[in-house]
Design a protein around this ligand. Structure first.
Ligand SMILES: [Mn+2]
Length: 320
């Protein structure tokens, strides 16, 4: 199958790589790796597209300055090949679906168990630690050259989706790939500093506020933080500042399920859920979302108070 992908790349004149909305290190790293690998291998410049703003910490990724944002993108364009990376479902690319639907050929690289193989060619490996792992394996099978830029981007994808090589998806494969990338020239400390020690003061203050004001179920097995629009405005942070709060709440010994619910507007909320044992992707699927067993998310079209109530009901229903 990887040969079909290679031929699509060879034959394509205009290639577009698309990441998911609210981009994380895996989708951005996989996208930048794909860009630099195609450039190195075939001297072809692809275009890169994100559906929403890139968190500032990822500005170090090679070629990230070439990424265009959907709101400023010409959606009338047509591509020979559209490649999605780390996109669990097509609604995760928002209106970029127009570009996907019009493309002559499509390839889907992903590792979400809920991915329905929406591409013409699909590389979906639910057991891979990250999309970066899926992408790396295809490059390796094809014998494509992995230079320092590609390696830095892939390492970032794997590092961030394994939570810094700490989550349950850290396994021989993820560590072996990381080892190969380090042998190419990746400096782990540099990428670590960029990903985990480059937060702004306001983000740290905001996250501490969110944790200090967290709610707990009576048995303290459920921990959650409710973020109102006005909290985000008060601290002057971007929406991505909520990243990591659910993990902090999960780190409490009594916590089994944690979540952050964020008010988008008076009728829409976004939920990011984590767990130690329960399959939270099932809970998020009830609300039209999805993800992984221990890390999932969804959007709920309700005022935040009602959304919290519904979520807690669903969590308790799922647990009993
Ligand atoms: Mn991922």
């Amino acid at each position: 199958m990887e040969k079909i992908f290679e031929n699509l790349v060879k034959d394509a004149k205009h290639i577009l790589i698309i990441s998911h909305v609210n981009p994380d290190g895996d989708t951005l790293g996989s996208m930048c790796a794909m860009y630099s690998a195609i450039l190195t291998q075939y001297k072809k410049k692809s275009e890169m597209l994100v559906p929403s703003a890139i968190p500032g910490i990822y500005n170090f990724l090679p070629n990230i300055e070439k990424v265009k944002i959907l709101s400023e993108f010409d959606k009338s364009r047509e591509y020979d090949l559209v490649i999605t990376v780390d996109v669990a479902a097509l609604d995760r690319i928002l209106e970029a679906q127009i570009l996907f639907d019009k493309a002559k050929h499509t390839v889907n690289f992903d590792h979400h168990q809920t991915n329905i193989n929406f591409g013409e060619v699909n590389f979906v490996e639910p057991h891979a630690c990250s999309c970066g792992e899926v992408v790396f394996k295809i490059f390796e099978k094809l014998g494509w050259q992995i230079n320092k830029d590609t390696a830095d981007a892939l390492y970032t994808a794997i590092l961030t989706d394994t939570g810094g090589f700490r989550f349950e998806n850290t396994n021989p494969a993820s560590l072996e790939i990381a080892s190969k990338l380090v042998a190419i020239g990746v400096v782990p400390k540099e990428i670590y500093n960029n990903c985990y020690e480059s937060k702004t003061k306001s983000v740290v203050m905001f996250q501490n506020y969110a944790v200090a004001n967290a709610h707990f179920s009576e048995d303290e097995k459920i921990a959650y933080s409710v973020i109102l629009r006005k909290d985000i405005e008060k601290f002057g942070v971007k929406d991505s500042a909520t990243d990591g709060i659910a993990e902090t709440l999960r780190s409490i010994i009594s916590t089994q399920i944690s979540f952050v619910i964020k008010e988008i507007d008076s009728k829409t909320c976004k939920v990011s859920m984590r767990s130690k044992k329960e399959d939270v992707s099932k809970i998020c699927e009830v609300f039209g979302g999805g993800g992984h067993k221990y890390a999932a998310g969804c959007t709920i079209k309700l005022p935040i108070k009602e959304a919290v109530k519904k979520l807690l009901q669903e969590i308790n229903h799922e647990k009993n």
